[in-house]
Design a binder for this molecule. Structure first.
Ligand code: SF4
Ligand code: SF4
Length: 67
């Protein structure tokens, strides 16, 4: 068992000025770590930091911040 989760080391930032609320990132996430409310909401416990959502977003509204 790992001592930490990926989500403890990264943070998914949603740029609400860019996001179109299209839900695409929610659909492509392989771990169901995103849920579309008004904007996508990120579940850090499920995220594996694959950046599929970041690459998918048509307007570049997602960023995975690594500390
Ligand atoms: S894919 Fe991009 S524009 Fe679409 S909901 Fe996700 S963050 Fe917003
Ligand atoms: S980085 Fe990967 S696992 Fe994390 S929210 Fe995006 S698509 Fe899902």
């Amino acid at each position: 068992m790992p001592f930490f989760k990926v989500g403890d080391l990264v943070k998914l930032i949603v740029d609400k000025n860019k996001c179109l609320s299209c839900g695409g990132c929610v659909s492509v996430c392989p771990k169901q770590a995103l849920e579309l409310k008004k904007y996508p909401e990120w579940d850090k416990d499920k995220c594996i930091s694959c950046e599929v959502c970041v690459k998918f977003c048509p307007v570049g509204a997602l960023k995975l911040k690594r500390d």
